[in-house]
Design a protein around this ligand. Structure first.
Ligand code: F6R
Length: 622
């Protein structure tokens, strides 16, 4: 999983490429590189390990690299270490170094994705005299293109399509050919890639924000399609090499939306954008006081016919599934299974048309979620994608798509997309309950009113952030944190714990409160922080008892609960109160203090909040 960019036009390419890569750094940040051509001159390749600023420093912010046509890459290592040699771009020539400097090669390229049969292709190329300097699958693809280009004496498009037929796996590729100055060739399968066009310029990128400063006119290139970019012109081809036409999309959201907007970190900005993300998502699903899912292709007839729901996703999106399971089962009385997408294929789950498989994904590109979607379709289930990124692979391949309207999410740790997913699934539960006759018309209207009230209540929770900032400074040196809750409170504990550990690097675990005493309680010692989520009235007392069990073993307690009489006030050391709402929807409020706690703890520990170590925003490898 990596980010790629390309530019050809009248301006100096390198600064534009660096600017685009900066906006794609969330996709990977262990090394980066550029290849730029100045007219007919050979391409010059510059690479740097570590974060993007090293590459920017090395090239004087791009100014030292002349030329109006180039490609760039920011890497998250899959094949081979995060080293200079493995950093992209890669070249087709048999060079001795890492492919840096002025390159004699006929082909130079960058790649996002994974080539599964790269070993076998490498063998073939070695037999034909190619030498390899890196451990990457990308170098293999670049050399394979070169091989076909020379062997059949064909043009770049045909050499690329021949390569596409031969490789297995996923790719977004951008290539420059020595004989074609001013042109960039791109190809895509199962990895994100968009092509932008402007007067006398053309762009490519893994994601829209990378080029939004320069153009709003974008093509979503399809699977197994090729693009040929030259200044002011873009042509598309299918796998046969025949020219095809693609629709041009005008991006309506603002580039500002992808900037920090005055906040210190994207994560904090995105936490504050949750009222809007939730309001916009609900606004697209609720019309005239009724939930309308027809834009997502989910009719009342489909809902009525369903005998089971299977939700599959990864990470935080999976946590949304766990929360939705409690809500849908309780409200609509329909059984729900929630499966980790990475485990989905190892279960022999029976599928049929009256089972709806819901795949939840912010990026719409998560490899495991995509694989689960494909398997579910293959087995004959009806599929619904709940996705944030428009035009992403999961969105395109599912039978139905419900878009969350969270806007671009840049911080690696998800916040606003999570919240938007949560309310989207809540709305589905409410509509299903109406259709299945498990709620009355009156209850239905009340539930919708409660849903509509959530954004303002999130705003109120955000107003309490200073207290959380203060508390986080006290726990910044914690070694272990346990998040506990029952029912929906357990689902929120899972997300609170992930937020804490992924950005603060403090070990944390989420437990169903009643499960703690079956082993894990032996880890509780003096000053271990135990955070209880206490919003489900039927279960609060029981969870408080579990917290008391921890306290008697030395634990320090924090509670998140709803306004009103809280029985645990005296025993809990620090309590966060959230506004009241229907208990099915309270997760949308309870998660916010836990996000803030993770955020401030990370800041207090001086960590890179938006780009935590070892992670990437979009996990396009299995
Ligand atoms: C955690 C986080 C990840 C993602 C997971 C799925 O903060 O962001 O756990 O939720 O990688 O990603 P998507 O939703 O893009 O499929």
């Amino acid at each position: 999983m990596c980010g790629i960019v390309g530019y050809t036009g009248e301006n100096q390419a390198a600064p534009i490429l660096l600017d685009g890569l900066k906006r794609l750094e969330y996709r990977g940040y262990d090394s980066a590189g550029l290849a730029v051509r100045d007219g007919d001159a050979l391409a010059e390749v510059v690479k740097a390990t570590g974060k993007l600023y090293h590459l920017a420093d090395k090239t004087d912010q791009g100014r030292s690299l002349p030329g109006n046509c180039g490609i760039g890459h920011t890497r998250w290592a899959t094949h081979g270490d995060p080293s200079l040699i493995n950093a992209h771009p890669h070249v087709s020539g048999n060079c001795s170094g890492s492919g840096s400097g002025k390159v004699e090669s006929d082909v130079v390229g960058v790649h996002n994705g994974i080539i599964e049969n790269y070993g076998e292709l490498k063998e073939k190329l070695l037999r034909h005299g190619y030498l390899f300097y890196s451990d990457t699958d990308t170098e293999v693809v670049v050399k394979l293109v070169d091989y076909y280009y020379k062997k059949y004496k064909i043009g770049p498009v045909d050499a690329i399509t021949r390569t596409m037929v031969r490789v297995r796996g996923s790719y977004a590729l951008a290539l420059m050919f020595k004989d074609h100055p001013g042109e960039i060739f791109a190809a895509r399968k199962d990895s994100p890639l968009i092509i932008g066009t402007a007067e006398n310029a053309a762009f490519l990128a893994s994601d829209v924000p990378a080029i939004l400063k320069y153009t709003r006119s974008v093509y979503y290139i399809g699977n197994l399609q090729v693009a040929r970019l030259s200044p002011g012109s873009v042509k598309f081809y299918d796998l046969n090499g025949d020219e095809i036409t693609l629709p041009l999309t005008e991006i309506t959201w603002d580039a500002e939306a992808a900037e920090k907007g005055g906040y210190e970190h994207f994560m904090l900005k995105e936490i504050h954008e949750q009222p809007a993300a939730v309001r916009d998502t609900l606004g697209s699903l609720i019309k005239d006081g009724k939930i309308d899912l027809t834009a997502a292709g989910i009719t009342d007839d489909i809902l009525l016919s369903l005998s089971q729901i299977i939700i599959t996703a990864c990470g935080s999106a999976w946590h949304v599934g766990i929360a939705a399971q409690y809500v849908i089962e309780d409200m609509a009385k329909v059984p729900v299974r929630v499966e980790l997408a990475s485990e989905f294929r190892y279960r022999s789950l029976p599928m049929s048309k009256n089972i709806l498989v819901i795949v939840i994904s912010q990026s719409g590109e998560t490899a495991d979620s995509l694989a689960a979607l494909r398997l579910a379709k293959e087995k004959g289930a009806e599929t619904l994608a709940v996705v944030n990124v428009v035009g992403s692979t999961i969105a395109r391949e599912a039978d139905h798509v419900l878009y969350t309207l969270a806007g671009p999410e840049i911080a690696v740790a998800t916040t606003k997309a999570y919240s938007a997913q949560l309310v989207a699934l809540d709305a589905l539960a409410v509509q299903m309950a109406l259709v299945k006759g498990t709620v009355s018309a009156e209850q239905y209207s009340h539930l919708i009113e409660e849903l509509i009230g959530i954004p303002d209540k999130i705003t109120r929770v955000l107003e309490d952030k200073e207290r959380l900032q203060w508390f986080s400074s006290k726990i910044a040196n914690a070694h272990d944190i346990f998040f506990i809750g029952r029912g929906l409170d357990y689902a929120i504990s899972l997300e609170g714990s992930l937020k804490m550990k992924e950005i603060s690097y403090i070990h944390s675990e989420a437990y169903a409160a009643g499960e703690l005493k079956h082993g894990t309680i032996s880890l509780i010692e003096k000053n271990t922080l135990v955070i209880g989520v206490l919003t489900q009235s039927q279960m609060i007392e029981k969870t408080i008892s579990n917290m008391a069990e921890c306290k008697s073993r030395g634990a320090y307690l924090m509670g998140v609960t709803t306004n009103g009489n809280f029985a645990g006030e005296d025993s809990v050391n620090f309590t966060v109160y959230i506004p009241r709402t229907d208990e099915h929807f309270v997760s949308s409020l309870a998660v916010v203090p836990l996000q803030l706690l993770g955020y401030y703890t990370s800041v207090n520990r001086g960590l890179d909040v938006d780009k935590p170590r070892n992670l990437a925003k979009s996990v396009t490898v299995e």
